[in-house]
Design a binder for this molecule. Sequence first.
Ligand code: ADP
Ligand code: ZN
Length: 756
Amino acid sequence: MVYFTPKGGKKVFCQVIIDIVHENVASPFTYRIPKDMKLEPGQRVAVPFGKREKEGIILSLSETCDLDENRIKEVLRPLEDYTAIPSELMYLAEKMACEAHCPLAETLRLMLPAQMRGGRIHVKTEKTAVLTISAENALAMAETEKRSPKRAALLRVFADGKTHMVRELAGIVKDPNEALKKLAADGLIRLSEEESLRVPGNLFGDCTDPGFTLTAGQQEALDEILPCLNAKGGKFLLHGVTGSGKTEVFMAAVHKTLSLGKSAIILVPEIALTPQMVSWFRGRFGSAAAVIHSRLSPGERFDEWRRIRRGEARVVIGARSAVFSPARQLGLIVVDEEHENTYMSDHHPRYDAREIALTRCGRENATLILASATPSILSFARARRGDYMLLEMPRRVNDRPMPDVEVIDMREELENGNRTVLSTALRKALKECTARGDQAMLLMNRRGYNSFVSCRSCGFVVKCPNCDISMTYHVGSADGMLRCHYCGQAMRPPESCPECGGRYIRYFGAGTQKVEEEVAKLLPGITTVRMDYDTTAGKDGHGKILEEFRSGRARILIGTQMIAKGLDFPKVTLVGVIAADMTLNMPDYRSRERTFQLLTQVAGRAGRGEQPGRVIIQTYKPEDPVIGYAARQDYRSFFEDEFRRRRRGLYPPFTLLTRFLAESPREETALETAKVIESKVRQLINTNPTWEKKMLLISNDTPGVKVLRGKYRRHVVMKLLVSPEADQLIACMTEIGRESYPDTEVWFEVNPTTMM
Ligand code: ADP
Ligand code: ZN
C-alpha cells in the first residue's frame, strides 16, 4: 500500500465517496488532505459536506486536481486509523456498482458492519494492570506489607506477571481502585486502558471434533483440491450424495489453507440451521474461527469483523453476507449447499453470493468449492462445460446404504377411504419407528400454503382479497379465523362454498399444525416438535427446537423445508414427505428443480447413523418424472432431463430471464405503467438490430400473485439470449427501471428468485 504523505508543501488530494445513496451524490468528491494526515484508499473519513459533516470512503488519492483549489475543502479526520475496506473489497464494490448500475455508496455499504456507519458503534476498552517489578520483589513486598492487606493481596496476584483486567480484580479484593492507584504511583505496577473485543457466547453447543480418518472418496476429492491451495487457486463443484461426508472435506481444505498462512470463508445457507458444522469448526480451529450470524449484538459483530480484518480470525463461517468479509490473504471460499436460494439477496443492491465468491476467488487467487448433493442446474452445467472441476462422492461414509424410498399415491388413499394427511404406509412406519426407539422427521411444504380452504366439489380456494394468495387456517387457533400471511387480513371460514354452494368445503392440504395433531392422535405419549416460521420466530427459536430433537426428548420433528437443510441426526431412520406436490405446482420455471432438491435433501436426512433409513413420499402425482428421480436419488438423470427441458423452453441458463415489476394501489395505473415500459423497451430494441435478435420474448402479463399487500401487480417479462449484447441491453433497461412512474413502484430484475 502506498502512503501519500504531504511533503515539502506538495498538495495531496483524495476522492471521497460520500455515504449517501442519492443520484446526485453518486460520483466522488475531491478533498484536500491536511498536512501530517496519512490516508489511504479504503479508509473512512469525516468530511464537510454542504453545511454538515458526513462520513465517506476514500476511493483514490492524487497529487493534482483539476478543480479550483481554493474551493476545495479539507478532510476533517480519519474515522479509523486503518483502511476499513481493503483494496480487494473496494474493487468488488466498484464492480458490483458498475454491473448493477447503482451508486457506489450502496455497494460499499455491503462491505462494512452496518453499525459502523454513523458512529453508532465504539471500540470497547478495558482498564488493565501489570507488574513492573520482578515477581520475587513483589512477593517479598507482599510479605512485609502489614498495613494494607489489599495491597498485599494485589501484589500476590500480580506476581504471576500477567496483565489483569481491573474489572476482574474486583472479584479478588473489594474496591481495588484506590490501592491500585497507590501501587501505580509507587511505580510497582502499570495501569493502562486496552482495547477489548466482545466475544460472542457459544450459541451452538459444545465443541466436539470427531477427528475421523478420511474415507477413500474424501481423500480423492482432497487430492484434487489441496494442490490448488498452494498455487493460484482452483474452482470446484463438489457433488457428493447426502451423507457422503462433504463437511470433512471442507475442514481438511480449511486446515491446509490456514497452514499456508491464508484465510478461508465458509458460506452456509442459514447459520441457525448448521449448528453442527459451526461447533465442529470451533472445535478444530478454536479462536481462529469467527462465526457471523444474525443474533450477534452490534458490538460483537463489529468486533468479530475487526478480528477478521486484522487476521486474528482466519476462518469465517456465515450466511451469504459473509462473502464480503475482509479476510486477510484469502485462500479458500466454500459454499455449502450451493443450490440454496438463500445465496441470492432479496434486498437492494441484489447479489448472488456464489457469483461474488467466484469473482473474489478469481481475483484473489483463492480456491472456490461449491458443494451440494443436488447442485443447481447452473452450477452443474458450468462444471460440465469445464468452468469448474467436478468432484464426485457418490457413496455415503462407510458405505452406509442410501435410504430406501417409497412413493405413495394419495389418490388411492382417498379412494380407499383414508381422508387424513397420513397414508396407511406412513402411519405404520411411524409406529414401527418409534417402537424401535428411533426418531422420525416429517416434512410439510411451505408454511404459506398450509391448510388453505378449498371446496372439494368445485376446487374453489379461499383467497385474501388484498393479496390474491390463499388464506391460511391455523388448526387450534383461538379465534378460528383464516389469515393472510402477507398482510394479516383475517376472516371467518365459510360454511359453504361461495362459488357452487357445496357443503364439502374443507381445510385442505393441512399445515404443520394439522400434521402435528394427527401424529398426536396416532402416537399418544410420543413427544413431537414443530419447526416452521411460526415456532422459530422468537430469539434462538431454531436452536431450542433442534436441541429438543437432538437430545432425544422429542422423537418426531415436523417442519417446513427448513428441516431439509443439512441437518445430521444419526437416530433418524424415517422421513415422511406429506405432500410432494406443493412445490411442484408452483408457477415458476424452477419449480421442478426446487422439488427435486427438496425431496432429495429431505430424504437424505434418513439413515445417517448406523441404522438404515426409510423414506415415504406422499403425492397426488406419482407419475411425474421428478418424483421418480428424487425417489431414486438420481441427480444425473434429473439434470439431463431438466437441462434438455430448459434448452427446449429457452430458459436459463440458455437465456436470461428479466422482468419489470410494476406495483400500484390502482389496477389501471399498474397496467398503464407496464404498457409504458413495454413500449420503451420495444423502442430501445428497435434502435439496434442485434439487440432485437437477442430479445426472444416480451410479454406484458399478470404475475402469479396479482395483488400483494393491497397493491396491484403487473410485469413485463423478457427473455434474452445469453450474449455480450444482452448485457448492454440489460444496462439500458436498468435505466428504464430507474425512471420514475406516476403512482407506481417499478423493479427491474434479472433472473429473479421468483416470478410470482
Ligand atoms: P454431507 O454434508 O455430505 O451430507 P456430512 O459431512 O454431514 O455429510 O457427514 C455425514 C456423516 O458422516 C456425519 O455424521 C459425519 O460425522 C460422518 N463422517 C464424515 N466423515 C467421516 C469419516 N471419514 N469417517 C466416519 N464418519 C464420517
Ligand atoms: Zn393479504
